[in-house]
Design a protein around this ligand. Structure first.
Ligand code: ADP
Ligand code: MG
Length: 456
C-alpha cells in the first residue's frame, strides 16, 4: 500500500470517526507496512494500540482490505523510536488485546470479535422509574428460559443504557447458560461482516454462522437503515432465527416505526415482540447513579472527601444523558485528586463549568409565551396581538422580560416574535418589569414561579 493510499484511508477514517477521535487516536498511528496478509501500524504506546485496536481495528481492517484485498488482519506495534519503553516491541493484533470476551467464535475470518465491557453488568446497572421496564425485560431474557417475546426491542436516546443492558444480558447468560451460543455485535459490525463475506464469496459461512446462534443481539440497528442489501440479509437472518425460536435482542435510538429508510416489513417484524423504551433519566435515577459511581470512586481515591449536596447539585443540573453524568464525575474526581481538595460545590462548579453550561436547559420564546399566558389565564393570541389593555399588556411585558433574561435572543428578534413589535417597545417592557420587580411583591412572585416552571 502506498502512502497516498494510506492518506486516502485516513481521510475516510476522519469522516467516519469524527474529528476528535481522529485527532486523538488515528492521527498518531502510522502505517509501517504490509507483510503477507497483515497490515502493520506503528502506535506511540501500548495503551494507544489497545484502544485503537478495540475501537477502530475493525473499521481500519475494513478500509485497508478494500484497498488491498490480501489483507486480513491489522496489527499495532509500539514504534521503537517513539515508545516510552524502547524495544518493547509488543504487538496488539486485532484479536490480541484480550477482548474481555470473544462473543463470536464460529466465524473463521478476520473479523472475529465483539468485546464486551466488563463494567456493563446487571450489578452495576441502577434501576429507576425511567428504565425499570427495560431492565425487567432484559433480566427475563438473561435467564435464558423459553423465549416469551421475540424480539426484545430496546430503544431510547443516547447514553441511557441500551448497550449496558445488552452486555449485561450476555454476561449473565454466559454464567447461567454456558451451553448457549450468544452473539453480541453492533449493526455496523454486522454490516462489515456482511460486506466482507460478499467480497470473499463466503456468504454460506456467513449465513451458517449467524443461523447457528442461540441468542443474537444487534446494537444500534438504526445504522442499517438505507443500506439495502445489508437490510435484506439482516431480515433473512432475523426471520431464520425467529422461526427456530431463538432469542433476538435489538437496540436502536428510536422506535421501529420511526427509523427512516427501513423497509416496512422489517419495521413490522421488529414490532412484533416486546418494544420497550428507556426514558430520559429523572432526578432520582440520576442521583442513584451518582451515588453508586461516587461510592466506587471514593474507594479508588482513599483520602478524598465529598461535601454534602454535591451529588444533589449535579443530579439537578446535569442533563438526562448518563454518559455525560459519568464523565462529569470522573473529571471531578480526577481533578480533586490532583489538587488534593475536598470535593465541594465550588470545586464542582469550577471544574465542570463547561458541562454545566452545556446542559442548561434552552428555553424558547414560544415556551415562555405559552407558560406566561397560561399563568395569567389569557389567550396566546392576546399576548401576541395588538390589544393594549393592562390585562394583556402586563403579561406581555413579563414574557418579554423573561425572553430577555432566559434566552440569547436580541431585542429586535423578541419584538418580531411578539407580533412584530419594535425593539424599543421590548426595551420599555423589560425596564418596566425590572422596576415593578422591586416595587410589587406579586410581580416578583410571579416571575419566580414562571422561572422555576420554565427551568423544568
Ligand atoms: P446507550 O447504549 O443507550 O447509548 P450506554 O449503555 O452506552 O448507553 O450507557 C452510557 C453510559 O452510562 C455507560 O457507561 C453505562 O454504564 C452508563 N449507564 C447508563 N444507564 C445506567 C444505569 N441505569 N446505571 C448505571 N450506569 C448506567
Ligand atoms: Mg449504545
Amino acid at each position: 500500500m502506498t502512502r497516498e493510499q494510506w492518506g486516502q484511508i485516513k481521510q475516510e477514517l476522519l469522516e467516519t470517526v469524527g474529528r476528535n477521535n481522529f485527532k486523538h487516536w488515528i492521527e498518531p498511528v502510522d502505517l509501517a507496512g504490509i507483510k503477507g496478509d497483515v497490515a502493520l501500524f506503528n502506535v506511540p504506546n501500548s495503551f494507544h494500540g489497545n484502544y485503537v485496536s478495540q475501537n477502530f481495528g475493525e473499521l481500519m481492517l475494513f478500509k485497508v482490505s478494500n484497498m488491498v484485498p490480501e489483507v486480513r488482519r491489522v496489527d499495532f506495534k509500539v514504534a521503537a523510536n517513539i515508545a516510552a519503553r524502547p524495544s518493547d516491541g509488543t504487538t496488539h493484533s486485532e484479536q490480541a488485546p484480550q477482548p474481555k470476551k470473544t462473543a463470536i467464535r464460529a466465524f473463521d475470518g478476520p473479523l472475529t470479535c465483539a468485546a464486551l465491557d466488563d463494567r456493563f453488568t446487571f450489578d452495576t446497572f441502577v434501576v429507576g422509574k425511567p428504565n425499570e421496564l427495560a431492565h425487567a425485560a432484559a433480566k427475563r431474557v438473561a435467564e435464558g428460559g423459553p423465549v416469551t417475546f421475540n424480539p426484545l426491542f430496546l430503544y431510547g436516546g443516547v447514553g441511557l443504557g441500551k448497550t449496558h443492558l445488552m452486555h449485561a444480558i450476555a454476561w449473565e447468560l454466559e454464567t447461567a447458560r454456558p451451553d448457549l451460543n450468544v452473539v453480541y455485535l453492533s449493526a455496523e459490525q454486522f454490516m462489515y461482516r456482511f460486506v466482507q463475506a460478499l467480497r470473499d464469496r463466503r456468504m454460506m459461512d456467513f449465513k451458517e454462522m449467524f443461523r447457528s446462534v442461540d441468542v443474537l443481539m444487534v446494537d444500534d440497528v438504526q445504522f442499517i437503515a438505507g443500506k439495502d442489501s445489508t437490510q435484506e440479509e439482516f431480515f433473512h437472518t432475523f426471520n431464520a432465527l425467529v422461526d427456530q425460536n431463538k432469542q433476538i435482542v435489538i437496540s436502536a435510538d428510536r422506535a421501529p416505526g420511526e427509523i427512516a429508510n427501513l423497509e416496512e416489513r422489517i419495521k413490522s417484524r421488529l414490532q412484533c415482540g416486546l418494544v420497550v423504551d428507556l426514558h430520559p433519566t429523572d432526578y432520582e435515577l440520576r442521583l442513584g447513579i451518582l451515588q453508586t459511581k461516587s461510592g466506587s470512586f471514593l474507594k479508588q481515591y482513599p483520602g478524598l472527601n465529598m461535601a454534602d449536596g454535591v451529588l444533589e447539585f449535579l443530579a439537578h443540573r446535569i442533563s438526562t444523558n448518563v454518559r455525560v453524568l459519568e464523565g462529569a464525575l470522573t473529571r471531578l474526581f480526577a481533578f480533586a485528586s490532583l489538587v488534593g481538595h475536598e470535593i465541594t460545590l465550588e470545586l464542582a462548579q469550577d471544574c465542570l463549568a463547561d458541562i454545566l453550561r452545556a446542559s442548561e436547559r434552552k428555553v424558547s420564546i414560544e415556551e415562555i409565551q405559552r407558560q406566561v399566558s397560561e399563568h395569567y389565564n389569557i389567550r396566546l393570541s392576546d399576548m401576541i396581538g395588538p390589544k393594549r389593555v393592562r390585562s394583556f399588556a402586563r403579561p406581555r411585558q413579563v414574557a418579554m422580560y423573561l425572553c430577555k433574561q432566559m434566552t440569547s435572543r436580541s431585542l429586535p428578534e423578541i419584538g418580531r416574535r411578539f407580533g412584530g413589535r419594535d425593539h424599543t417597545t421590548v426595551m420599555h417592557g423589560v425596564r418596566r418589569i425590572e422596576e415593578l420587580k422591586v416595587q410589587d411583591a406579586q410581580i416578583a412572585e410571579d416571575l419566580e414561579i414562571l422561572r422555576r416552571a420554565l427551568e423544568g
